[in-house]
Design a protein around this ligand. Structure first.
Ligand SMILES: Nc1nc2c(ncn2[C@@H]2O[C@H](COP(=O)(O)OP(=O)(O)OP(=O)(O)O)[C@@H](O)[C@H]2O)c(=O)[nH]1
Ligand SMILES: [Mg+2]
Length: 584
């Protein structure tokens, strides 16, 4: 299915044209017929050769209903722009065009209606000239009459070309449905409608309202019941659950897939920034709400919303001053910006955003944020691109910029060195403590940036000094090293440990000093045995069983079980539900 919205001055024949094209009247209200004017959004559809179903969202042209008009075109990237042959270029034609231009709508057909009443040439020429400086420049212009049917065949051809030129929607995309109508049907409950731009909604799905969730009990599209529908499509969803939320949020999304934000940084892409009022209306999707604008610098502005919306990097929105009827187009650059606390923070922020381009770029997002997780980036519209992670340090879900990694690595050296100097017996600093001191969200990031001479043993970071342990302990360790030289994974038996003089206290001291790898009570190997074990295990077909690991490492069950558990804990291997493992 494809969806096209109408636009154009009041009474210029939008609804009549939709009716002529589809055979059904988009004006459903008695009041609309009585006053001869559209008030609400209207919907009608037809089927066209080669492209299938084409639905129209018919907007009202009257100046009072501009918010409704913007709700109609907001989620729809294609427009049927209507001008009457027998009228001059009118204020709402100009206003609608300015809004479409601000939203950078590029896919349009212009219909010069009422061409049975007068020569459509002058109106067509005027429309062409008006469109020239806008994103709709060069759109085909077709004279038509909804009364006589003249020109409708050519208009259909142009509409087919229009929708064929639209970018394909991804059925796997996250769902974000801006609700444009909500009503209650007795027996069924709440029904919401909207234009689904991409993604798939299936009966039984749970969708987020931003605060709570609703369950999709039924789906209708073009008045047919369906089990599942993928965008682009007009959909009506029968929903249950936290439907009260929809009074304010009026949006449904894939749970967890979006960051619902109240603060965002945008670039003003059209209109004079200097004239931007402090409290304009923000129009996005089918939504409008009041926002506070704080200029950062140049075209960069911070918006604070009166309630959260699921906005992503790259979203286009419209700011509108209801007093002067001026509009500004914006592009979202950051839906999750840092707070501006210090003096001069706005200017610094503007500098950081200056080079942000139209396309989301993972590396520059990580550079600006220093530390961020992949899931957050995905939710704000910056997908993971495997080829572009070069300079970024990655630890599990976490990403850290090269600069911050460098700084962190140096800070760790300093902290550990100072700690060892101040408390020589308490060797090393736990990774978790370092993470907290350095304000890092995960100890994995500490581990990821560790470098020589620092070493990690038993969850502690040690400055590897050569300050020797007591002589008899050194001797015991030397004996153990000899034992393990040929077979590094054959942990000594309890008897052998006793022979070597490695009792529980000495084992603990040597472990703390990073000279032993203690896997379980009475089971020790030399430090680094875990890394060597992983090297060996990587050579096995993945996943591998415990017994395959045991024979590869040339050891016994007594050792291999705690060794594998140790590797799991360290995140070097992953245990599957069937007890087999993978090297991570
Ligand atoms: N002669 C003639 N009259 C037309 C044509 N198209 C529309 N009209 C008439 O123009 C008037 C306005 O048409 P509508 O289709 O309601 O206009 P609209 O653009 O939908 O108006 P709003 O929704 O209020 O903005 C109606 O009386 C229509 O019958 C046409 O091609 N020829
Ligand atoms: Mg109408």
């Amino acid at each position: 299915m494809h969806v096209v919205a109408t636009a154009g001055h009041v009474d210029h024949g939008k609804s009549a044209l939709v009716r002529a094209l589809t055979g059904s009247d988009p004006d459903r209200l008695e009041e609309e017929h009585r006053r001869g004017l559209s008030i609400q959004l209207g919907y009608a559809w037809t089927s066209l050769p080669e492209v299938g179903d084409l639905a129209f969202v018919d907007v009202p042209g009257h100046e009072r209903f501009i918010s409704t008009m913007l709700a109609g075109v907001g989620p729809v990237p294609a427009v049927l722009f209507v001008v009457a042959a027998d009228d001059p270029w009118m204020p709402q034609a100009a206003e609608h065009l300015a809004a479409l231009d601000a939203l950078r709508v590029r896919h349009a057909v212009v219909a010069v209606t009422r061409s049975d009443l007068t020569d459509p040439g002058p109106a067509a020429a005027r429309a062409e000239a008006e469109l020239q400086q806008t994103s709709l420049s060069g759109s085909p212009i077709v004279p038509v009459s909804s009364r006589t049917g003249v020109g409708l065949d050519e208009l259909r051809v142009r509409l087919v070309e229009l929708v064929q030129g639209l970018p394909a929607a991804d059925p796997g995309a996250d769902v974000r449905l801006w609700i444009d109508r909500r009503f209650t049907i007795s027996g069924a409950g709440t029904v919401v409608t909207g234009t689904l731009p991409a993604g798939t909604v299936t009966r039984g799905d749970t969708l987020s309202t931003g605060m709570g969730t609703v369950r999709v009990r039924g789906i209708e599209s073009l008045e047919e019941r369906v089990d599942s529908m993928s965008g682009v499509a007009r959909v009506a969803l029968n929903v249950t659950g936290d439907v009260g939320d929809l009074d304010s949020t009026r949006t449904l999304t894939t749970p967890g897939a979006f960051h619902w934000t109240e603060v965002l940084d945008v670039r003003v892409t059209s209109g004079d920034v200097e004239q931007l009022p402090t409290l304009p209306m923000l129009h996005v999707g089918a939504h409008s709400l009041s926002v506070r604008c704080r200029p950062l610098d140049g075209e960069l502005v911070r918006l604070t919303l009166e309630r959260p919306l699921p906005l992503r990097f790259g979203d286009r929105t419209l700011l509108r001053d209801p007093g002067s009827r001026q509009v500004w187009g914006t592009r979202v650059l950051d839906p999750m910006p840092p707070p501006l606390r210090r003096r001069g923070a706005a200017g610094e922020r503007a500098k950081a955003l200056e080079d942000v381009t139209e396309e989301p770029d993972l590396v520059s997002e990580v550079v600006r944020r220093e530390v961020v997780d992949i899931d957050t980036l995905r939710r704000i519209g910056v997908p993971e691109s495997s080829d572009a992670t070069g300079s970024v340090v990655r630890a599990g879900q976490w990403l850290m910029s090269a600069d911050r990694s460098e700084r962190t690595a140096q800070q760790i050296v300093r902290i550990v060195t100072e700690h060892d100097r101040d408390r020589p017996l308490d060797r090393g600093v736990p990774v978790a403590v370092l993470a907290e001191r350095l304000d890092l969200p995960s100890p994995d990031l500490v581990v990821a940036v560790l470098r020589e001479p620092l070493q990690l043993y038993g969850g502690r970071v040690l400055a590897s000094g050569d300050d020797a342990l007591p002589a008899e302990l050194e001797q015991a360790l030397a004996g153990l090293a000899e034992d393990l030289a040929a077979s590094p994974f054959s942990a000594p038996t309890a008897d052998r440990l006793r022979e070597l003089g490695l009792d529980a206290t000495r084992t603990a001291a040597a472990t703390k000093a990073g000279r032993l790898l203690r896997l379980a009570p009475g089971i020790v190997l030399l430090p680094g045995a875990d890394v060597r074990a992983v090297e060996q295990l990587s050579a096995l077909p993945q996943p591998f069983t415990t017994s395959e690991a045991r024979s590869r490492l040339g050891t016994s069950r007594r050792v291999v079980l705690p060794l594998l558990e140790h590797l799991d804990r360290a995140g070097l291997t992953r245990r599957l539900p069937d007890d087999r493992r993978l090297v991570v």
